[in-house]
Design a protein around this ligand. Sequence first.
Ligand SMILES: NC(=O)c1ccc[n+]([C@@H]2O[C@H](COP(=O)([O-])OP(=O)(O)OC[C@H]3O[C@@H](n4cnc5c(N)ncnc54)[C@H](OP(=O)(O)O)[C@@H]3O)[C@@H](O)[C@H]2O)c1
Length: 254
Amino acid sequence: MTANRFSLDGNVALVTGGTRGIGKAIALAFAEAGARVMVASRKPEAVESTVKELQAAGANAEGIAANVGKPGEAKRLVDATVSAFGDIGILVNNAAVNPVFGPVENTETDAFDKIIAVNVRAPFDLAKAARPHFISRGGGVVLNIASIGAITPDAGLGIYSVSKAALVSLTQVLAKEWGKDKIRANAICPGLIRTDFSSTLWQNERILAHMMNRQAIPTLGEPDDIAGLALFLCSDAGRFCTGGIHMADGGYTA
Ligand SMILES: NC(=O)c1ccc[n+]([C@@H]2O[C@H](COP(=O)([O-])OP(=O)(O)OC[C@H]3O[C@@H](n4cnc5c(N)ncnc54)[C@H](OP(=O)(O)O)[C@@H]3O)[C@@H](O)[C@H]2O)c1
């Protein structure tokens, strides 16, 4: 009975940035739970190899190459998902960029615009593009992958943290406005997870030690450590959860 509530059987999920790291772990977990999965990322070869890997694992998966930061891509991604699977019930806004590391005064306006376009505007555009499909099928779920930086910004990640705080706020706004349409929206704030994206942090001994000293569980997280929470929030098991900011950070922000 409980296990069934975590099933995504018959559901369709679009996972941006689904070809590596946290997004790929979520795509795999959702496929294992019975969802049909569309993965999207910029590099066509990454999309192709991830789709092959998912299919080899028994998943009903497709992929599409797209830069979510480009205007117009949101509708194309949602349309491609619906035309591949006839439905979309889950949107995971996971793709993000951070082209700069350093103090705010050294961050160029172009970098600011790029970070906001991919990390905030794309989730907004994608949620809006998915909304009519969610409404016509009687509901849907938006899951935004934010960061501990949204809650406690760390040095060097200035505008990235700003973008994640905006994503958390977008999550709460969507939850409040779209709850009446049976659309839920939640955010996960991962702590330090072993992926390419964060390698400059966990490969730096000083930064790694700082993180581990602050965590209640002094362990580097793995992409899979986010996938279970994502499955809970996007399945019927999480049906009473919306507008939530869910930490998965080894206690870093506790
Ligand atoms: N790793 C951590 O410690 C950590 C901590 C907190 C939050 N997060 C968040 O977790 C999410 C996933 O990060 P990750 O660590 O798993 O990163 P990752 O391993 O580097 O994977 C990032 C994924 O996003 C895709 N991507 C990047 N820019 C894109 C764009 N403009 N359009 C479409 N796809 C794009 C990448 O593929 P392509 O290169 O093919 O585009 C890749 O599939 C991000 O939102 C990140 O902010 C990560």
